[in-house]
Write a protein that binds this ligand. Structure first.
Ligand SMILES: NC(=O)c1ccc[n+]([C@@H]2O[C@H](COP(=O)([O-])OP(=O)(O)OC[C@H]3O[C@@H](n4cnc5c(N)ncnc54)[C@H](O)[C@@H]3O)[C@@H](O)[C@H]2O)c1
Length: 362
């Protein structure tokens, strides 16, 4: 555990913070460097009382010049309180008319006309990313999920809300033959997909390594890691055969880069580290085929995966270790997913993008 994380954890867990800090080795808190910087900063600072501003307002051809008052303690009063998050019920697909009126930059950030396959799209993060793809202009959306009931419901709901062609394939991402047949059927119906989003995954936590059941360990690796590979292989193969550029988005986790606290979950962490390295390897191999592969690595998200009574107490600790002091909302990956699926990210491949409310800062 890094010293910073140890201090923070002690700070948050122990009311007697000062005594905790005073027990730490004194040389970790050397003040030489900050003091020198502060002195230099004071000498070089030219304090402004007013900042001159030139505004060109809509509907006015001439400039409006004015000044902004500078608060000498560096603080400006905050009056804008961000609105509370509300789950969006409606899904409004991007229409051709609106797309054609959009400026170039906004068009490049859309998924207009693209066909998307999304695994784990029956619920949770995958389901919300599917909705976001529809709002960003996707032409067809295909959900692959192992859960028949949820998959049927999700496909019907997305079709009702958008009017778009939506398909659901009941596929277990461990089943290579079912994946191959289903991807071939999608290609037949909708053409070669432009985007694959791999969100299917499971989590086991609070299992100590010394007592981890081997069958459970193998099952999780099979779903999270091998499943991501099998889906990428089948869709990548179709893209390569058709010489079609594409974007593959793997949902990994911050657990692929850090070790979560306080719960033991060695297998999940290893599976997600594997997904990140799989993503980089595929990105390097398939760059010549114009196929990009990137990972989204979420922090703790408020989804059914985490809505289990056994985790309630731990959630308080997770929040306290997250600078934003909250779990991610179920739609907090949407913007990043659309960006990675769109042409706005066309020079990005092999990246692992952590989206965690700041958890990995500490
Ligand atoms: N929720 C979090 O805090 C969090 C954090 C980091 C990463 N993630 C990752 O994000 C992804 C989605 O998580 P979520 O919170 O939306 O989970 P979720 O449990 O709400 O949804 C996962 C979906 O995957 C499907 N699925 C599970 N096993 C499958 C299989 N073998 N084959 C096909 N489909 C299968 C489920 O039926 C479900 O619809 C997972 O890969 C997860 O590891 C989640």
């Amino acid at each position: 555990m890094s010293l910073a994380r140890h201090v923070l954890r002690s700070y948050r867990a122990t009311p007697n913070t000062l005594s905790t800090i005073s027990r730490l080795p004194i040389n970790h808190f050397s003040t030489t460097r900050p003091n020198r910087l502060q002195t230099t900063d004071k000498k070089n600072r030219i304090p402004e009382k007013e900042v001159p501003v030139t505004d060109y307002d809509a509907g006015h051809s001439s400039a409006h010049k004015h000044t902004v008052h500078v608060f000498q303690d560096g603080a400006t009063p905050h009056t804008n309180i961000p609105p509370a998050w509300q789950e969006q019920e409606s899904v409004n697909p991007l229409t051709r008319d609106v797309y054609e009126q959009m400026p170039h930059t906004m068009r490049s950030m859309s998924m207009f006309g693209k066909t998307v396959i999304i695994t784990g799209g029956a619920r949770g993060l995958g389901n919300h990313m599917a909705r976001a793809c529809a709002e960003a202009g996707a032409k067809n959306i295909v959900i692959f999920d192992a859960n028949q009931e949820l998959g049927d419901e999700a496909a019907a709901e997305l079709h009702d809300k958008t009017g778009l062609p939506i398909s659901f394939y009941r596929v277990d991402v461990r089943d290579a033959a079912a994946i191959t047949a289903s991807v071939e059927a999608c290609v037949e119906k909708y053409g070669v997909p432009d985007v694959l989003i791999n969100s299917a995954g499971i989590a086991d936590s609070n299992i100590k390594a010394e007592t981890y059941d081997v069958a459970m360990f193998r099952r999780l690796i099979d779903i999270n890691l091998t499943g991501s590979f099998l889906m990428s292989q089948a869709v990548g193969r179709a893209m390569i055969a058709a010489r079609k550029p594409g974007s593959i988005i793997l949902v990994a986790s911050m657990s692929g880069s850090i070790v979560n606290y306080p719960q033991e979950q060695s297998c999940y962490n290893a599976s997600k580290a594997g997904v990140i390295q799989l993503g980089k390897s595929l990105a390097a191999e398939w760059a010549k085929n114009d196929i990009r592969v990137n990972c989204i690595s979420p922090g703790y998200m408020d989804t059914a995966l985490n809505r289990v009574p056994a985790l309630e107490a731990q959630k308080k600790i997770w929040k306290s270790l997250t600078p934003q002091n909250r779990l991610g909302n179920v739609d907090d990956l949407n913007g990043l997913c659309v960006f990675l699926g769109s042409d706005a990210s066309k020079f990005m491949t092999g990246a692992n993008l952590i989206i965690d409310g700041g958890y990995t800062c500490y």
